[in-house]
Ligand binder design. Structure first.
Ligand code: CMP
Length: 140
């Protein structure tokens, strides 16, 4: 068994369309447990800090504007190989390339409004979880 935790964000396009429950159903059906969850409205500077790794990319400013345009739901997910498992069920970054059945295929509007974020490595998962949650908020 290789139980991992990963950081998930349900982005503002999900909260705007009242899809939090539908996305959570997909997460739970995939065998991932939601150990922590909170709804928050990122400020521009928080979005810039969270996505700092993309600061040099052409889409950085639009991405940060989008992420602070409405509330998000941030989560800690746990399960077997949770980092890769969640990325599998999220589907490709661009929903046009996402496989049927994935969250982005079912729900995403565009490469920017692509419904969900998931950590891309175990190392980044620990950093991203620490960005939003303290230990006491993560309940196994
Ligand atoms: P996410 O997994 O949250 O990580 C970075 C985000 O940048 C990505 O999802 C996309 O929503 C967003 N993004 C916007 N434009 C692009 C692009 N051209 N290539 C990659 N990511 C993009």
């Amino acid at each position: 068994m290789n139980i991992q935790q990963t950081l998930s964000i349900l982005k503002p396009d999900v909260t705007r369309r009242n899809l939090t429950g539908k996305v959570n159903a997909k997460i739970e059906e995939a065998g991932l447990r939601i150990l922590a969850q909170k709804r928050l409205h990122l400020s521009k500077s928080q979005a810039q800090q969270f996505y700092a790794v993309h600061a040099e990319r052409s889409f950085f400013n639009d991405l940060c504007e989008f992420m602070c345009a409405g509330p998000s739901v941030v989560q800690v997910l746990e399960g077997e190989n949770a980092v890769a498992r969640y990325r599998d069920i999220m589907g490709a970054t661009n929903p046009a390339n996402a496989n049927p059945g994935t969250i982005r295929h079912e729900f995403a509007e565009s490469i920017e409004a692509n419904s969900v974020h998931g950590s891309d490595s175990l190392e980044n998962a620990a950093i991203e979880i620490g960005f939003f949650f303290s230990k006491i908020e993560i309940v196994g």
